[in-house]
Ligand binder design. Sequence first.
Ligand SMILES: *Cc1c(COP(=O)(O)O)cnc(C)c1O
Length: 221
Amino acid sequence: MIASRLQNIREQLLPGVTLVAVSKTRSSDEIMEAYNAGQRVFGENRAQEMAAKFEELPKDIQWHIIGHLQRNKVKFIAPFVHLVHSVDSFRLLKEINKEAAHHNRTIPVLLQYHIAREDSKYGLKEPVPSFLTDGSMDAVKNVEICGVMGMATFTDDEALIREEFRKLRGIFEQLKQGVMCGNEAFREISMGMSADFLLAQHEGSTMVRVGSDIFGERNYT
Ligand SMILES: *Cc1c(COP(=O)(O)O)cnc(C)c1O
């Protein structure tokens, strides 16, 4: 079941788009079904849940954290996390940098932007946050900013979703041509979930985060 749903998604992906299988709340057996069907990139929204799954599951899985990350949880994932999608403050970036240095590594991250209509505590609102331009980045050499991430409003209004994805794409282009200019690593736009990943790809997504279309409906998030 999971393998055939996965195959169905893969057939709809544009070339070069990375599929992050969102496995939050899913059991190791469910994850292994996807793994055995060739999936290696998985996304979780809770640090400790992800760390427990990392311990138990094959070591060639690339674990992405996609949900809000509290600073005091960074330590649980710092040794192994492949990509943090949800950096929305310099304080969090500094903490990730500190833990990355502690483990003698560089942690790739995305900047999360607030693009939805909905009120949310999370996500940057300024397209170019001051920490990118005021020299603060010199102090965080163990993180690498690889792109942007955002979530569209939960709605049936396709025009609104499209507008929000375009906004994120616009922010990406602004950074790419501005403060991130010449930075080869800065190339990812993480947008699109089960309900809207086709639209997101159309608007330039390079990374889609799909959960329920692969694993079935969740009882909770
Ligand atoms: C849960 C979650 C997803 C996946 O949602 P589905 O609707 O199950 O595809 C994607 N991104 C984030 C940030 C999530 O928390």
